[in-house]
Design a protein around this ligand. Structure first.
Ligand SMILES: [Zn+2]
Length: 74
């Protein structure tokens, strides 16, 4: 299993050109496949969302982690 993304330090001030983006990490229930995508309303850790299928083995994905990332605005 690969390393988890690093969480930004809480309390860090956002710079002008930065914004917070909430992301969801999905992990396959059968293999090592892991996908990070943008957070969607209703995402809950350890929930198995309908229609989120592993690209490698077509098994159900489970929400492993939800985290906030600071990204630069375009
Ligand atoms: Zn899989």
């Amino acid at each position: 299993m690969s390393n988890l993304p690093i969480l930004p330090a809480i309390g860090d001030e956002l710079k002008k050109n930065e914004k917070e983006v909430t992301r969801t990490v999905l992990a396959c229930t059968k293999c090592e496949e892991q996908v990070t995508r943008e957070y969607k309303e209703g995402d809950i850790v350890f929930h198995e969302p309908d229609g989120e299928i592993c690209k490698s083995c077509s098994s159900q994905m489970i929400i492993k982690q939800i985290f906030v990332e600071i990204v630069k605005k375009k």
